[in-house]
Design a protein around this ligand. Structure first.
Ligand code: ADQ
Length: 457
């Protein structure tokens, strides 16, 4: 078996145990095969050279390569083109897209720098796996340096329809570059179809029947869905920690007769947080029996705060949660508990496990791992209900959730009411089906399937 070279925007911190499923899966694959993991070190330094200061460290069979950035690179490549152009556009928010030539230039330069650094570590049989929208053109840079190894790419966020792609400044360049990969993995079939339709509509290619191969710019690439999963056992094991046990006991005592609706995500405009508060407010208006008996716990830690659109969403959310509490709270009941901080994963698992409803209602999401984490820790004999946006990639697999359109506040409030009062038999039936999806498609399976497909290309 070949060695594995992973390249992602951010290098994991090897001195800490991996917290997310992705880091666990990649660590697992890297440790099994040996290889290199390269990414931004997390350091912004004014003294970093324009081609990045590089730090290497050996962790068992894996070489970790961290690249520092200077402020101009971080502003242009990361905050700029990646997170103020590509992220909003890929989440269908063209109104938030910024268009600055200097950002695009930095994006191109950082991708070239990453390619130059990683090229030094590549051996003839290595397999290369590139992650996410920060690094769309990386394979083309590597090819231009003479790298002929197999190179795969996985996009963690949605891939938009061709009309959106063509509207993104710089897209013709990185679309062409994407054909330098051997395999492109998307979260859903719908994303893979969008890519194929780009080739048909914009490049006038014949995309033919059911084949996975898409041609364009005189090259061809394999394209398929590889829905990402979670590390089910690791997440469930969190419930056995002292902290989780203690929190469950406290919440169960306090909530006797009360129902918790839980939402957890980074404070991002793609996650539909203002809509969620409006849906909950509508629930309390339309179904007043929930007043005093139901609470919404919304955990939304800060993210990308230097990008303006993120400050706006924070303000809107604070206003809305204050307004709902002002309208409905009583001396002994708080309808909305809004927490704008990171919360330890042990506590998240405990909270999910006692919640009657997991509310996962993004306006657009690549997959959404919270939906899977919620299902993983439900009690088989008395499970909670997942209310899931049809615009999350997870909806393509998790059809036994209550699927909703979060733009439709009225209907989603009705679905929430249905979830809160769903009979036990129906809850059990839906949960059994969702649990199967989550267990059968865990993160280890995802990683293995992708690497096997890449080896076979
Ligand atoms: P994200 O947009 O970050 O990921 P998501 O898939 O929900 O979204 O993953 C978030 C993770 O962070 C979950 O494991 C969650 O438990 C954790 N988390 C959230 N809030 C937290 C808090 N307050 N404290 C601690 N942990 C918290 C991107 C794409 C997704 C895709 C993933 C993986 O946007 O669509 O599912 O990558 O491919």
């Amino acid at each position: 078996m070949s060695r594995l070279i992973v390249i992602s925007n951010r290098l994991g911190d090897p001195s800490k145990p991996p917290s997310g499923g992705l880091a666990v899966a990649l660590n697992g694959a890297l440790n099994a095969l040996g290889g290199v993991w390269m990414g931004w070190s997390g350091t912004i330094s004014d003294t970093a050279k324009s081609d990045g200061d590089v730090h290497t460290q050996q962790a068992g069979k894996v070489t970790l390569v961290g690249v520092d950035m200077n402020k101009a690179e971080h502003d242009g490549y990361y905050l700029g083109y990646s997170n103020s152009t590509l992220w909003p556009a890929f989440h269908h928010r063209m109104d938030l897209v910024e268009n600055h030539q200097k950002d695009f230039d930095q994006y191109c330069m950082v991708n070239r720098t990453f390619a130059q650094h990683v090229a030094k570590f590549i051996e003839p049989d290595d397999v290369i796996w590139v992650h996410d929208y920060h690094l769309l053109p990386l394979a083309q840079e590597l090819r231009s340096m003479g790298v002929t190894n197999k190179i795969g790419f996985f996009l963690h966020i949605p891939f938009p329809p061709s009309q959106i792609v063509t509207a993104i400044p710089g897209s013709e360049w990185w679309m062409e570059a994407m054909f330098s990969y051997d395999l492109i993995g998307f979260q859903t079939k719908a994303d893979a179809t969008n890519f194929r339709l780009y080739a048909e509509r914009q490049l006038h290619e014949d995309i033919g029947g059911e084949t996975d191969t898409v041609t364009g710019f005189g090259q061809s690439v394999r394209v398929r869905d590889f829905p990402i999963g979670i590390d089910v056992e690791q997440f469930r094991a969190l419930l056995t920690h002292e902290e989780a046990i203690e929190l469950r006991e406290r919440l169960e005592v306090r909530s006797s007769g009360r129902r918790w609706i839980t939402g957890v995500e980074r404070l991002d405009y793609s996650k539909g947080l203002p809509e969620r508060l409006k849906i909950y407010r509508q629930l309390l208006h339309k179904y007043p029996e929930n007043q005093g008996t139901t609470s919404l716990v919304q955990i939304a830690p800060p993210t990308r705060e230097q990008v303006e659109a993120y400050a706006d969403i924070r303000e809107e959310l604070e206003l809305l949660s204050g307004a709902v509490n002002g309208e409905f709270a009583t001396i002994d009941w708080t309808p909305v508990r809004y927490i704008h901080r990171q919360v330890p994963r042990t506590r998240l698992a405990a909270l999910f496990s006692i919640s009657r409803v997991g509310m996962v209602t993004p306006l657009r999401d690549g997959m959404n791992l919270v939906a899977k984490e919620f299902v993983a820790v439900q009690d088989d004999d008395d499970p909670g209900v997942l209310v899931l946006s049809e615009f999350a990639g997870a909806a393509e697999q998790m059809k036994d959730a209550l699927l909703v359109n979060p733009y439709n506040i009225e209907h989603t409030a009705d679905a929430l009411q249905r979830a809160l009062h769903m009979p036990l038999d129906e809850r059990k039936e839906r949960h059994a089906s969702l649990k199967k999806v989550v267990e059968e498609g865990d993160v280890v399976t995802w990683c293995r399937d992708f690497l096997e497909a890449l080896q076979k290309v």
